[in-house]
Design a binder for this molecule. Structure first.
Ligand code: ADP
Length: 167
């Protein structure tokens, strides 16, 4: 198998990383040798955490996988980044039907831009299907318990960001 077939790029905002993302990465590693978790800089979304913070959370959350997971920041067009990484596949998570339309459109647009790159979708375990970074930030802002959904490092950072509590 060529090197490119064994590597998949998982792009997103990861603002912040949740156990849903972590679960998708673990599943992908059953199929691929390496997952490149790619944090998009050019997203139109206004992030809560800086790129450096998001990168640090992801490093910590995925540390158990060692060299099989690489966390990188990317600018510009995803398909170009995927080609630069010598990969041929893009990984996305699918939670509910509501994800489908946007993901379908994006996957087909990426195919139009680069026909040789495939998008693969993995579903997280049931308990994480209703989990999104947006909802986590909302619960965190309101002081709710997010310990079942995000790694401790993210929990602490949100406590500090929203409520000024030092870890
Ligand atoms: P984006 O800003 O590109 O939507 P996100 O950081 O929100 O990126 O998510 C990155 C990818 O992970 C997307 O494909 C998203 O659908 C998926 N994802 C997010 N949360 C979950 C979850 N709880 N379970 C499975 N996949 C998820």
């Amino acid at each position: 198998m060529s090197a490119s077939r064994r590597r998949i790029v998982y792009p997103g905002s990861f603002d912040p990383i949740t156990y849903g993302h972590v679960d998708v990465v673990a599943r992908a590693l059953q199929l691929f040798d390496e997952v490149v978790l790619a944090i998009a800089v050019d997203s139109t979304k206004k992030p809560l955490f800086t790129i450096e913070e998001r990168q640090a959370f992801a490093e910590k959350a995925l540390a158990t996988h060692g060299a099989k997971v690489r966390i990188v920041v990317f600018h510009g067009l995803l398909v170009e980044f995927v080609q630069e990484q010598n990969a041929r596949a893009i990984l996305r998570g699918l939670r509910a039907v509501s994800d489908f339309e946007f993901e379908f459109q994006m996957a087909l647009m990426n195919r139009k831009l680069a026909d040789s790159i495939e998008t693969l979708f993995l579903m997280p375990r049931g308990a994480y299907t209703y989990l999104s970074s947006t909802i986590i930030k909302e619960i965190g802002r309101l002081g709710g318990d997010v310990s079942a959904f995000v790694p401790p490092v993210v929990q602490e950072a949100m406590r500090q960001k929203f409520h000024g509590v030092k870890p």
